[in-house]
Design a protein around this ligand. Structure first.
Ligand code: S3P
Length: 422
């Protein structure tokens, strides 16, 4: 069990690890390009290693390491003898489905226990509409999924949920389909795939929540991944929630489809500033956050996809803020690495904090005293990191069982945390 002691002071200037979403995409897109790529500052963690190993098995050649990686795409993927392991990574499984359904060959994707419970029909069904030959467990709902790659037909998809994984999968399938593919989301989700593909020369246009892609070849590129905003989020929230704190994070991704948390923190009255210093192909900059007096807010609607991975932090912010914090329209949280609504509610209660569970979110009244206790990560990296902050803000410390799962996205998290807390 990992024990997190309360901190008296929080100070520091830091860089967070590279962006996980961009790393997956950089690896996958460079592997289907016409020419070589050089990728800098990629995130090396459990999830991205699964993508890397799968591409390796498909005969993509790599030279170097994740700080500077040369990628040599093959003219055709080779059909591997064995199934392809996606581990805990939904991004790997879902995006690879769109890629593999549209190239020649036979592939089977499978995952760990948590990933095997997560919904896959949201990708398999629209890919089948394009003519894909696929078969998944539980009537296509779950992994394993078998794919016989074939020529697909472009078509119009209206997504029921805003999901960057589903959207990316369909865009990549559309890249090699016959005719135009259109994907419309109810709200805009993270747009890294669109940005990187445009940068690589794909015929792609974006109008609000609608993306049109035409069959096109893409060129290799040089790309440096920025720091991951979702990793930075833990340090930002720690700073605004702690009574004696100032944190500065440099070189972090500030793509607006990811930074909904900053908007919400402003609404809560937080002392947080940010500045974009570079913008191509992804906005990058710095964030400063300091101790703040926070007020509760209501969160729902179109901001949800822009803050989806940071929503567990809202429970903690709600507990330290004055007034009521309501999170709604977030039922998708139940379909992540764990049922995040259930994980948040269980762990808040284990720490003696009051929270009301809703089908699509939760309600927290503050301010509440965080005394301490023992929580369970439920094998979910974002739950473990969220409740580590409860430890920092607590009176007596918090123990986290199965905290090792943090390596799924943020292998050096506890080292960085230690470096900025006293
Ligand atoms: C991701 C998209 C989101 C997010 C996940 C990463 C991506 O999932 O929660 O952590 O890289 O595309 P959904 O597409 O299921 O919303």
């Amino acid at each position: 069990m990992k024990r997190i002691a309360p901190a008296h002071r929080v100070r520091g200037i830091l860089k967070v690890p590279p962006d996980k979403s961009i790393t997956h995409r950089a690896l996958i897109l460079s592997s289907i390009a016409k020419s070589e790529s050089v990728l800098y500052n990629l995130l090396e963690c459990d999830d991205t290693l699964r993508t890397f190993e799968i591409l390796n098995k498909l005969s993509v050649k790599f030279k170097g390491d994740f700080s500077r990686l040369e990628v040599f795409p093959p003219t055709e993927f080779s059909t591997p003898f064995s199934p392809l392991f996606c581990g805990n990574s939904g991004t790997t499984a879902r995006i690879m489905m769109g890629v593999l359904a549209s190239v020649k060959g036979f592939y089977v994707l499978y995952g760990d226990e948590s990933l095997s419970r997560r919904p896959m029909k949201r990708v398999v069904k629209p890919l089948k509409k394009m003519g894909a030959t696929m078969l998944g467990r539980n009537s296509d709902e779950n992994l394993p999924v078998a794919i016989r790659g074939t020529k697909l037909n472009g078509c119009f998809h209206k997504l029921e949920v805003a999901s960057a994984q589903v959207k990316s999968s369909l865009i990549l399938a559309g890249l090699r389909a016959e005719g135009k593919t259109i994907v419309e989301e109810p709200f805009k989700s993270r747009d890294h795939t669109e940005r990187l593909l445009s940068h690589m020369g794909a015929k792609l246009s974006v109008k609000e929540n609608m993306i049109e892609v035409e069959p096109s070849e893409i060129e290799g590129f040089n790309l440096e991944a920025p720091g991951d905003f979702s990793s930075a989020a833990y340090f930002i929230v720690m700073a605004v929630a702690h009574p004696d704190a100032e944190i500065r994070i440099e070189g972090v991704g500030l793509n607006e489809t990811r930074t909904g948390l900053l908007e919400l923190l402003k609404r809560m009255g937080a002392d947080v500033e940010w500045e974009v210093t570079e913008s191509q192909p992804e906005p990058v900059g710095q964030i400063t956050a300091r101790s703040s007096t926070l007020s509760g807010i209501e969160v729902g609607g179109e901001i949800i996809p822009k803050v989806i991975d940071e929503l567990p932090l809202l429970a903690l912010l709600g507990a330290v803020a004055n007034g009521t914090t309501v999170v709604r329209d977030a039922e998708e949280l139940r379909k992540k690495e764990s049922d995040r609504i259930a994980s948040i509610v269980e762990n808040m209660r284990r720490l003696g904090l009051e929270i009301e569970e809703r089908r699509d979110g939760f309600i927290v009244k503050g301010p509440q005293r965080i005394q301490g206790g023992i929580v369970s990560s439920r094998g979910d990296h974002r739950i473990a990191m969220t409740f580590s902050l409860a430890g920092i803000l607590s009176e007596e410390g918090v123990g986290i069982t199965d905290a090792e799962c943090i390596r799924i996205s943020f292998p050096n998290y506890f080292d960085l945390l230690k470096g900025v807390t006293k």
